[in-house]
Design a protein around this ligand. Structure first.
Ligand code: ZN
Ligand code: ZN
Length: 278
């Protein structure tokens, strides 16, 4: 079975999002028999899908991990795509309590209308195990300024691929991801430049030392991280941990099979209108 991630955006945090220094479009996962799952479509997601000619009526499910705009701003448009412009009740939306119903000063991030045009809506809770169109997905605890945020362990035929959504580092947080073959880390800041509720490169080193994956991937890069050369931050992390570590670029593809390979998407610049459009 296929398991492929297209990193629509590798930026993260409010400054990268507002300037679009890098896109913040989240990840598009192709899995199983042609199923498509979009995770955390922040600003830029739609533009990137157009650039690679991905027709978003092919999306089957959507995850919005938490109520920060770099993870949800394009989500309602993704729902409109998933439902053929709102004409066909289909698709499954998964979101934190803040995303779905709102809590405290956060959310809700999806209108009642958009929650009403999909087939199913599920609230994400740490410890739950989901079946997302046949993909076993285990939910982990995070420590973030949206306290309802969760992390993800996707159990693929070729090992566990984990997406650690926004969190601070602790041994307990990292231990949840033991057994992962691929560890996707939101490394917002470089070196030891720690900001609350996020990971810096030093934290990534400690995280990787605990999990010991085959591959670690840096995403969710903040503007200071981007200035300080994320590729170098990743290669120094690799030297220190002995674990292959890469910082991916917008639209890079990770294929998870017997080998783990990374390539760039083909891009187009034309005025594209998909066949499924009216
Ligand atoms: Zn974020
Ligand atoms: Zn966040």
């Amino acid at each position: 079975m296929v398991f492929r991630i297209i990193f629509l955006g590798t930026g993260g945090g409010r400054h990268t999002a507002m300037y679009q220094t890098r896109c913040t479009g989240g990840m598009l996962v192709e899995h199983g028999n042609g199923k498509h799952l979009h995770i955390d479509p922040g600003p830029g997601a739609l533009t990137q899908m157009n650039r690679i000619h991905y027709d978003l009526t092919r999306t089957d499910s959507l995850i919005v991990s938490h109520a920060h705009p770099d993870h949800y701003s394009d989500a309602e448009s993704v729902i409109e795509g998933m439902t053929f412009g709102g004409w066909k009740k289909r698709g499954h939306v998964y979101g934190s309590p803040t995303v779905i119903s709102g809590e405290g000063s956060l959310g809700p991030c999806l209108s009642k209308y958009h929650q009403g045009i999909v087939k199913n809506v599920t609230v994400l809770r740490p410890g739950a195990v989901l079946d997302i169109d046949g993909l076993r997905t285990e939910l982990c605890i995070s420590e973030h300024s949206d306290p309802t945020n969760v992390g993800f362990r996707f159990c693929t035929d070729d090992g566990i691929v984990s997406y650690v959504s926004d969190t601070s580092f602790s041994e307990g947080i990292a231990k949840q991801y033991e057994g992962s073959r691929v560890l996707i880390l939101p490394v917002t800041t470089p070196d030891d430049l720690r900001i609350p509720f996020h990971l810096c490169t030093e934290d990534a080193v400690s995280f990787i030392d605990i999990v010991k994956p085959e591959l670690a991937v840096f995403i969710h890069l903040g503007v200071v991280m981007i200035r300080r050369d994320p590729e170098k931050q990743a290669s120094e992390t690799e030297k220190r941990t002995g674990v292959r570590t890469v910082s991916v670029k917008d639209r890079d593809i990770l294929d998870v099979g017997k080998v783990l390979s990374i390539s760039a998407s083909e891009t187009f610049d034309d005025e594209w209108i998909p066949e499924t459009s009216p």
